[in-house]
Design a protein around this ligand. Sequence first.
Ligand SMILES: C[S@@+](CC[C@H](N)C(=O)[O-])C[C@H]1O[C@@H](n2cnc3c(N)ncnc32)[C@H](O)[C@@H]1O
Length: 315
Amino acid sequence: MYEKDTIQLYNTLKEISHKKIGPWQHSALENWKKEYFFKELNEVNIANFRRHPISKGTLNFPDIPIQKDSLHFYNISTIQRVKGLKLILWMLYKLNHCYKFKLPDLSDNLIGNPICYKIWNICITEFSMRMYYYKERIKQFFVNTKLSHILEIGGGFGGLCNSLMSDNKLSIKTYVLIDLPENLILSYYYLKNLGYNIKFILSEENIIDVVNRKLDKNERVIIFLSPWMFSGLDILDIKFELFINIMSFQHMTMDNIIYYFDTIRKLEIPFLYLVNRDLNRYPIYDNYTITWKEKWLFSQNPSLGHLECLLRKNE
Ligand SMILES: C[S@@+](CC[C@H](N)C(=O)[O-])C[C@H]1O[C@@H](n2cnc3c(N)ncnc32)[C@H](O)[C@@H]1O
């Protein structure tokens, strides 16, 4: 469902984004998306986006097929399937050292037609394990602190947003998601199919609309904010408790990071959860102190230096 709406949203975003040149621009590494989506976005590819290169960069092996056009699991070679299973089992082992879980806690949904590994008939993916891990980590940080409003930049296709919004031990009310136009499209398809209430702020008119209509007190909502509207976020007057960025700042230019951090500072968000390479490159340390830091749990190549950390705003 929602394939047509997703294409329509893409056309709108594409048109507006052309007029909004600024520091939020695609980095060299993300530039391919602009041409590629224009050529490849159609109803079949959206419905199968988790096996199609339109989701490249947001999924890791073995979730993304190595061969081109592998829309069917059995087009994937035995070697690839065995290697994939080995990785899934290694991740299960790592996860088991951190959290007590039952296999159904790790199960993925079928939106975007993912490549699943069935373990006791439960569909498990590299993606579903990562999302489970981040969610549990965040829950652990907020066990004694209220968590209702979250801001995330670079959410891929909305996986962590879904994990946190759907956890019944949390009661997230507002989740604001900022991403490049192409990833907002994938997030829209994924989260809309999961039944979420989504509002858009893609232009100045939308922001006024959302402010004027005031959100119903009990309304749970995901707000899609285009990157060029980011500095307008303070108008919404949302008191975020947490900002999240996972494997996304590391792809951005310094201009882009500064553009985002200028607003993050103004919003006075008490906690930042970051998982990235080169964390000390970011202009955050005057205002925040690292309260927890570890090597990323699923790091297979320590020389890449992926770190996870929680930062707390200085008094
Ligand atoms: C490697 S993916 C990580 C996705 C997800 N956080 C995860 O861990 O699976 C990088 C994400 O950062 C986003 N991103 C890259 N440059 C961006 C920019 N300038 N503004 C907003 N998002 C950006 C990408 O579109 C993508 O969603």
